[in-house]
Design a protein around this ligand. Structure first.
Ligand code: ATP
Length: 372
């Protein structure tokens, strides 16, 4: 699968420059700049109404930016209508024609292209092979499963060999299991074709599985752009830390910065050591975030040199592969802790039960410090 592009700005294939879109004076997209490299599978991720679809529609030419501009393959798209752009869009509804066979649905996208019948047939065959539906070309959409319909829509939108494929919630109509499987398929197809994909999704797991890089959006703005690892392990703000995965988030005040950062966290009733030191000064108010899976839960006190605190099991949920604990500290703060059930064990053998006194600990390197 693809690796994140290192220097997209140097070779931006899709360049979104200070783009703003307002509807009746209300901004839906605010001064967004994104550089997407050729061959990337880029995700626009955010909650409902954050402006991701509007941004995608501006790439397609269905909406015109109120300010800023979009360049694709070095060409300014201002004033270029949708049908003249080197892009294609796959809609969430797939928009397949019910009365047409799979083959005809795929060929439909090519009808305006100057191609001989043989060339068109050949392209349809290539596309069917690509999405592994060669056997089903004569079926109609209602004779296909949801996942197969999704692949027909993908084949149709790729048939024209667009330079950029825009996908609006491409897996939204599929159930969870099929979605997981199809995520890998889309990523493989993207990899094989080398076409630049821009995917809109509200599903963070989907973005993380699919994308080389993710732009996390909030209320019309891009809050962070990075690989899945970057946005999860190194979020740049409290919004991203809370939106991608879950995080225990607490207020703190920097006490000293000396090799590590000491942060007094009243909610934890202790001073926490963090490995991060950049741009921090004593006296500064910050947010401290720790992911639930980075916290260890033990019955015995942990060794020194690690952040530790004692608490009581308030709640626990067993999910099979892991368990989620809610641990109440003496301060009243409840921390979420995720514990992988690495060993097969009976209920009575688990690390902790309701009301048990336990120790929580986490490494200084696991502490995320956030300024807003
Ligand atoms: P969702 O996941 O719910 O589709 P989104 O992130 O894709 O959300 P957009 O569809 O881009 O969000 O909408 C962003 C904002 O712009 C919303 O507040 C929406 O109501 C508004 N908006 C979008 N299209 C129009 C329009 N044609 N006219 C007026 N307002 C619009």
């Amino acid at each position: 699968m693809n690796q994140p592009s290192q220097n997209p700005a140097d070779s931006a294939f899709v360049k979104i420059e200070n783009v703003t879109k307002t509807f009746a004076g209300i901004p839906a997209v605010k001064n967004v700049s994104i550089d997407i490299a050729k061959g990337e599978l880029f995700a626009l991720l955010g909650g409902s109404g954050c402006g991701k679809t509007t941004l995608l529609r501006m790439l397609a030419g269905f909406e015109i930016p109120t300010a800023g501009r979009i360049l694709i393959d070095g060409k300014d798209m201002t004033g270029v209508p949708p049908y003249e752009r080197p892009v294609n869009m796959m809609f969430q509804s797939y928009a397949l024609f019910p009365h047409m066979t799979v083959e005809k649905n795929i060929a439909y996208g090519l009808k305006h292209d100057r191609m001989t019948d043989a060339q068109r047939k050949d392209r349809v065959k290539q596309m069917l092979d690509l999405v592994q539906l060669s056997e089903l070309g004569h079926r109609k959409p209602h004779q296909l499963s949801g996942g197969q319909r999704q692949r027909v829509a993908l084949a149709r939108s790729l048939a024209k060999h667009p330079k950029v494929l825009l996908l609006d919630e491409p897996l939204g109509a599929l159930d969870k299991k099929l979605r997981e499987h199809t995520q890998f398929e889309i990523a493989n197809i993207q990899d094989k074709t080398g076409i630049t994909f821009v995917v809109v999704t509200h599903d963070q797991e989907e973005a993380m599985t699919l994308a080389t890089r993710i732009a996390v959006m909030d209320r019309g703005e891009v809050r962070q752009i990075g690989s899945a690892t970057e946005v999860y392990e190194y979020p740049n703000c409290a919004f991203v830390a809370g939106f991608i995965g879950s995080a225990n988030m607490l207020d703190g005040v920097v006490r000293s910065v000396n090799g590590t950062t000491s942060v007094e966290v009243p909610g934890l009733g202790t001073t926490v050591e963090a490995r991060e030191t950049t741009h921090l000064a004593a006296g500064q108010s910050i947010k401290v975030a720790v992911r639930p899976e980075k916290i260890h839960i033990t019955r015995e006190p942990p060794p020194p040199g690690i952040n530790a605190m004692e608490g009581t099991v308030d709640d626990l949920a067993y999910f099979g592969k892991d368990s989620l604990y809610r641990i109440r500290l003496a301060t009243g703060t409840v921390l979420q802790v995720n514990n992988v059930n690495a060993r097969r064990a009976a209920e009575s053998e688990r690390v902790a039960q309701w009301e048990d006194r336990v120790w929580l600990s986490f490494e200084p390197s696991s502490v995320i410090l956030l300024k807003d």
